[in-house]
Design a protein around this ligand. Sequence first.
Ligand SMILES: NC(=O)c1ccc[n+]([C@@H]2O[C@H](COP(=O)([O-])OP(=O)(O)OC[C@H]3O[C@@H](n4cnc5c(N)ncnc54)[C@H](OP(=O)(O)O)[C@@H]3O)[C@@H](O)[C@H]2O)c1
Length: 330
Amino acid sequence: MKIAVVGATGLVGTVMLKVLEERNFPLTELIPVASEKSVGKEITFKGKQFKVVNMETAIAMKPDIALFSAGGSTSLKYAPLFAEAGTTVIDNSSAWRMDPSKKLIVPEVNAYELSIDDKIIANPNCSTIQMVVALKPLHDKYRIKRVVVSTYQSVTGTGVKAVEQMMNERKGITDGPMAYPYQIDLNVIPQIDVFEANGYTKEEMKMIKETRKIMGDESIRVTATTVRIPVMGGHSESVNIEFENDFDVADVKSLMQKTPGIILEDDIDNLKYPMPKDAHEKDEVFVGRIRRDESMPNTLNMWIVADNLRKGAATNAVQIAEFLVQKELI
Ligand SMILES: NC(=O)c1ccc[n+]([C@@H]2O[C@H](COP(=O)([O-])OP(=O)(O)OC[C@H]3O[C@@H](n4cnc5c(N)ncnc54)[C@H](OP(=O)(O)O)[C@@H]3O)[C@@H](O)[C@H]2O)c1
């Protein structure tokens, strides 16, 4: 089992290597791939050194699976070349997510859609992944009509340059590289990605469209406000969900507790609720603050937190790869 990690020197790629190692993924050969500037750099995996190669070398090595996290344009150009060489690509960028011929997969929700013919598989946006893991069991039981979500997203979601910007600002360095149009430390920026003609950002529209595609239900209405905040451990979301049917709060909590991949942290008497500091470097989605919306019938409020580099990116991609291996779909 030859695995290429494309973008191995980046934030997601680095976590991808860690997750492959931790989960003891059954690989026999690792191919770390990055841009020309990183070729020859050494990557440590399971105590061994591997040299970073470029795209062309990696394609010629015909990996079984390529885990891509190297940006949308790189993916658009190279994923089909890997696929032509017989490699199954699992792509973290937004390049293929809304392509009707490509599957958009969160294993806990819709892994059953995958077949041996899927040569380019899309990994959803980080904020969408953590939300749908919690929404799916609720939709199956109570039928979701509408979701209103506001996000509080970590700077790690923008890549290494953003982390550097925030850390520089903390040290008082004012002439470092800027990943955002404004200072992020001691600030909140209500813009993630570029604005679209309807006044929403691309990130907000991703959450709306990707949620429906993953849940396989175009009738679910979603509206989102996505916000960048100066934290590192993960993304947090305040989610308001209106159902067709009424629910019992205790039932919702027990459903969350039973769902694989979710950890319920909901004990307000002891001030227990999910926080990005605690979700950091964890693979699960954390859910808490579950309560009835007293202003609307059949409506629930909840708080969802996950490490965006883990379940929001690397872990989800590795879980897809694990599913493909287990079901012999490569
Ligand atoms: N951060 C997140 O939470 C998150 C979540 C989900 C999805 N994603 C997606 O994952 C991708 C990477 O994000 P990131 O945060 O890891 O960014 P990053 O830290 O900036 O890393 C980018 C990686 O891509 C490589 N790369 C860039 N251009 C390349 C090219 N032409 N050929 C080969 N490799 C190239 C870089 O190599 P060099 O080091 O050589 O430049 C680096 O390894 C993006 O598409 C992003 O949208 C990120």
